[in-house]
Ligand binder design. Structure first.
Ligand code: SGN
Ligand code: CA
Length: 519
């Protein structure tokens, strides 16, 4: 059972005291836009056809970008679930909001968040789905959250008063609950902000049963750097997120057979136990011939790695089908109900993910695949911007943007920038030219070492620290897959100097005083 720490009511009352002073910050003449913020888990842009056509079709998700805007340079500040969610809610980097990693942090729900500020401005707020911040949600008029990572089948949901097991597949249930809140539960006299936080596409990629047969005949092309030797990149060499070495044959790839064991077999059996006997039967019958064929082949070495990659891609793609269908259902509801006219619809993920690049699954690294996160939006009527927005934005920017959209003055201590001017088609001359990143979860699962760094439009400078002291520099234009660490290249001396100056500027700006001492 997951650990749910509960805050004292006293703490919440302390915040209420602060609140009345905020009401004056409401700009009264602003139109009342609604916000539907859809955030999936580990859904990376490589697996969205509006970003990348190599692997899958996501026709419903693509509708958002087709009718709206697609950010081509959207990033997170710390590529892991809880920290990403805390950055979203507070508009602040991890060292300020206090939630630095999934394993030791507990979100301080007394602190300022954008849903609380929207509430003060007369909004109804709700969150449905993955929460992953340990403490109970604050700042929401309605919430129904998954415990921890949640289950794909017949998942439990925690409400204000209870924990209840639901029947069905998690992606369908989150959508149904979201539509039910929009249609039946909210106060229709108020503008609203709904956060729809899906469990999909999180490991171990368990599809809806009807989607099991999909993609079985497809061979996915492997990324060129799948068999990476990590030369010149020590932290990359020492991770434990390799498809070849670390992906579990039973838990991740579902090759359960009598007499076979694996590190995560117990976890897999636990997941299978969440299914009804009928569901389990469909699951087992589907996998039986694949399992038999796999053990008969007795693959080794490179062939085994390639086979694992194909199964991983298939399971991820199958799980995505339900997500795409459900996004379509929610979009249909928003359009048919007329709400879409006055609603900003955002689709994003808590971070990106590796689909075999560098031989990996998972995220965490400041490298492009996981620092980048998809971000597409359908804009309310009256906002005419369409197509690509290329400026660099970060997940700390959402809070400021949503407040700006609601006509609420953005508090000075919020570190993100409102990108509303970009949605309005403006081209602010002084838009940021660099991003700050800091990852903390080490020692931990997947063994990605602590690091921070700066990303500009052209370069990325990373410092891995703690039980290592390694700097990396990448030329993103000439080496977009970040294979060549050119930090020690004498020709790069001036570039390194400039980037270090920029890094220090950002660390001071964002008050990352601990990191400043590590440079
Ligand atoms: C679980 C997964 C990891 C994953 C983390 C964090 N292991 O611990 O592979 O990196 O979640 O993911 S599992 O054996 O439990 O599947 S996050 O998106 O929630 O940050
Ligand atoms: Ca995630």
């Amino acid at each position: 059972m997951e650990n749910h720490k509960i805050y004292l009511p006293l703490a919440c009352m302390a915040f209420m005291g602060l609140a009345s002073s905020c009401t004056n910050n409401q700009k009264n003449d602003a139109p009342k836009y609604n916000i539907v913020y859809i955030m999936t888990d580990d859904h990376t842009a490589q697996m969205m056809s509006c970003y990348d056509t190599r692997y899958v079709e996501t026709p419903n998700i693509d509708r958002i970008a087709k009718d709206g805007v697609r950010f081509t340079n959207s990033f997170v500040a710390n590529s892991i679930s809880g920290p990403s969610r805390a950055c979203l809610l507070t508009g602040k980097h991890s060292h300020i909001n206090g939630f630095k990693d999934n394993e030791t942090s507990c979100f301080n729900g007394e602190q300022q968040t954008f849903p609380k500020l929207l509430q003060k401005a007369g909004y109804q707020t709700a969150i449905i789905g993955k929460w992953h911040l340990q403490s109970r949600p604050t700042g929401f008029d309605y919430w129904e959250i998954l415990p921890g990572q949640g289950d794909y089948y017949n998942p439990r949901f925690i409400t204000e008063t209870d924990t209840v097991r639901n029947t069905g597949y998690v992606t369908n249930i989150i959508t149904d609950k979201s539509i039910d809140w929009l249609e039946n539960r909210r106060d229709k006299s108020k503008p609203f902000c709904l956060l729809v936080h899906h469990k999909a596409m999180h490991r171990n990629w368990m599809p809806e049963l009807e989607d099991l047969p999909l993609y079985e005949d497809k061979t996915f092309s492997m990324p060129d750097n799948f068999f990476d030797n990590y030369e010149g990149r020590q932290a990359a060499a020492e991770q434990e997120m390799s498809i070849d070495k670390d992906m579990d044959l039973i838990y991740d790839l579902k090759m359960l057979e009598d007499g076979k064991d694996s590190r995560l077999k117990g976890a897999y059996l636990g997941i299978l136990n969440t299914m009804t006997p009928e569901e389990r039967k469909v699951w087992d019958e589907f996998h039986k011939p694949i399992i038999e064929d796999f053990y008969k082949k007795n693959l080794k070495g490179r062939e085994l790695a390639e086979w694992k990659y194909q199964r991983y891609m298939k399971d991820y793609a199958k799980t995505l089908k339900s997500l795409d269908d459900n996004i379509g259902e929610l979009l249909d509801y928003l359009e048919e109900s007329g709400l879409a006219k006055n609603t900003l619809i955002v689709y994003t993920s808590d971070q990106g993910f590796y689909m075999g690049e560098h031989g990996w699954f998972d995220k965490r690294f400041m490298y492009e695949e996981s620092m980048h996160t998809p971000l597409i939006m359908k804009l309310p009527e009256g906002m005419e911007r369409r197509g690509d927005i290329n400026q660099m934005v970060q997940n700390i920017d959402h809070a400021a943007t949503f407040l700006d959209l609601a006509g609420v003055e953005v508090p000075e201590d919020i570190q993100g920038e409102s990108y509303l001017p970009l949605l309005k088609g403006e081209n602010p001359k002084n838009w940021r030219k660099s991003l700050y990143y800091h990852f903390y979860e080490y020692p931990a699962e997947h063994a990605v070492k602590r690091h921070y760094g700066v990303r500009t439009e052209i370069y990325k400078l990373i410092h891995f620290y703690n039980d290592i002291d390694q700097w990396e520099l990448y030329d993103l234009q000439n080496d977009p897959t970040e294979m060549h660490n050119i930090y020690n290249n004498p020709e790069m001396k001036d570039v390194v100097g400039d980037l270090k100056t920029e890094l220090v500027r950002l660390q001071k700006l964002y008050q990352d005083t601990t990191a400043l001492k590590l440079n």
